[in-house]
Structures are given as C-alpha cells and as structure tokens.
Design a protein around this ligand. Structure first.
Ligand SMILES: Cc1ncc(C[n+]2csc(CCOP(=O)(O)OP(=O)(O)O)c2C)c(N)n1
Length: 292
C-alpha cells in the first residue's frame, strides 16, 4: 500500500522491528512513570503502546520534518489522557527530542502536558482530553479533506470507555452519512474505565455489532499482536471509498507489567525508584515469555 510515501525512501518496518519499538516505547513510559512525581496514565498508555507503534512507525503517512504538508495523514488522539504515550511515540518517530519530554513533562510551561495541546506542541493535530470530542473532530477533518479533494486519511484513537459518550455515536452516524471512507478509528478495547471494569457500568456488547449498525466497516484485532495490527492497516479500504473503518483492538490495560495488568489501581499512578525496577523486570519477563 501507499503509506510512508511522504518519508523519503526507507522501506516500512518489519513486524519484528515494530515489536522492538513497542518494547522501547513501554520502557520509556515506565521510566517516566518512575521519575515523574505526579500521576501518569500508565494503564491506558501500556494498553495502547502497540497501537501507537503500529500507527507512528507503519500506518501514518507523515514526515516529521514537514509537519504542515497538506498531504499528510492526520492523527487525533481522542483518549487524550494517553498523551505521553503519543509524545514518546512521536519522539521515537523523529518529531522532537525524547529528552524534552523527560525533562519537562507535566510542568507548568511545558509543551508536554498531561493532555495534548496543538498550540504548544507542533505536530499534534488536535488538542484533546475531554473524552468524546476526538472522533467528532476527526469527522470534521475527514469531511474537510473530502471537500478539498485531498487523498490522505484521518486516524483517530479512542478508549472503549470513552465510547460511552453520546457524541461518539453522533460522529459515527455523521461519518457514515458523509461516506467518509478516509476515516479510520482505532478503539483500545481494554474493557476498563477509570475506576471499574467496563461491563459493570455500561453494556458495550455486542460491541462490534454496534459499529456495524452505524454503517462502519468493522475489523477486530488482537491489539497486542503486531502482525494483526499491521495486517489491519494493510487491508484498509481505499481512501476514496465510502465506509469509515473501525479497528477494534482487544487489549489489556497495563499490558506488559504483570502487577499493572487488569488492575484497577493502575489507571494512573506513579512508580518511584524501587517499583520502577520491579516494573522493568516484569516488562523484560513478559517479553521473554512472548518469545518462547
Ligand atoms: C468528558 C470527560 N469525562 C471524564 C474524564 C476523566 N477520565 C479520564 S480517563 C477516563 C476513563 C476513560 O476510559 P477509557 O476511554 O476506556 O480509557 P482507558 O481505559 O483506555 O484509559 C475518564 C473517565 C475525561 N477526561 N473527560
């Protein structure tokens, strides 16, 4: 497919390379969570780390040295509380130096706030954080692209809990009504909200059927299987097609760190030095387990 066309030369990453990059992203997330004194949304960062890697290192046709190119794919982080995962993924992709995130994250004048701000951080397409707003914005951007005859995609990442917001479904309906085949939503279906498991509060299932009923092309993947994620990206419908696509990614909140996985205590938190070591050891162990 045509992705990576804005980047000069360079063949796309292999699945093995992408797995390495996802491991590096998780390591960097844990480092921040161990050194920054305030809370990091680590659970939902870790659940989305493979998705971010697949997007920023494979799916998104962007050039970090030419961030205003009108032909670029757009990415909207609807679950804005996972901003730091996006910042690190962007830094690893070459948008800005990683050190800036480590040195200033969460400070008053920092470009790297708990939620992303497009005014303070060039390369960020939308300021988000108030859940339920990202998909409506992405619909507007996709509609605008259609109006201008632009042939790029608009990608959007949502949390599954976030899709309890009514505005998400208004946007879903508008996307189908306007035949926005250039719009691709990824849902991080980790089945947890902020303080509870998803189905305890809201009946989401049958979840894929709900998107299908709104006229979307539905793709179900294991959100921690890089080959699955890459396959979903490779098989996206043509940009000028008529149905928006949702990639529902089954994930585990806290993925990669055993004591954080599916643990409601780790929606957000900070590790400190001793627990950082413990978390890094757990991450290494989960990688060893996977490669057996
Ligand atoms: C409109 C709005 N209400 C509440 C919040 C507070 N909040 C931040 S994260 C979160 C839980 C979101 O769950 P989900 O979308 O599943 O995200 P994930 O589990 O992937 O972190 C909530 C309620 C918010 N950011 N915006």
């Amino acid at each position: 497919m045509g992705h990576m066309s804005l980047t000069t030369g360079g063949s796309p990453h292999t699945v093995e390379e992408l797995k390495e990059l996802a491991f590096e992203l998780r390591s960097k997330l844990l480092h921040l969570c161990g050194t920054y004194e305030g809370a990091v949304h680590i659970g939902g960062d870790l659940s989305a780390a493979d998705i971010f890697t697949a997007l920023y290192h494979y799916g998104l046709d962007v050039d970090p040295t030419d961030i205003a190119n009108p032909a670029r794919d757009r990415f909207v982080l609807s679950k804005g509380h996972a901003a730091v995962c996006m910042y690190i993924a962007m830094a690893m992709r070459g948008f800005f130096p990683y050190e800036g995130i480590v040195d200033t994250y969460g400070q008053l004048d920092s470009a790297y706030g708990m939620h992303p701000c497009k005014v303070h951080l060039p390369g960020v397409e939308c300021s988000t954080g108030s859940l339920g707003h990202g998909l409506p914005l992405a619909v507007g951007m996709a509609l605008s692209a259609r109006g201008r005859g632009e042939l790029h995609r608009v990608f959007c990442l949502l949390g599954d809990g976030e899709t309890g917001e009514g505005s998400v479904w208004e946007a879903a309906m508008a996307a189908r009504s306007n035949e926005l085949g250039n719009l691709v939503a990824f849902v991080d279906r980790n089945r947890q909200l902020m303080t509870s498991f998803a189905e305890e509060r809201v009946v989401f299932e049958p979840y894929p059927d709900k998107w299908a009923a709104f006229g979307w092309n539905v793709v179900n993947v294991d959100g921690h299987d890089m080959a699955d994620l890459v396959g979903a990206i490779d098989r996206l419908p043509e940009v000028d097609s008529k149905r928006p696509t949702v990639v529902i990614c089954e994930t585990v909140k806290g993925k990669g760190v055993d004591f954080m996985e599916r643990n409601l205590a780790w929606h957000a938190g900070s590790l400190g030095a001793a627990d950082l070591e413990r978390a890094m050891a757990a991450l290494e162990a989960s990688r060893d387990k996977e490669s057996v």
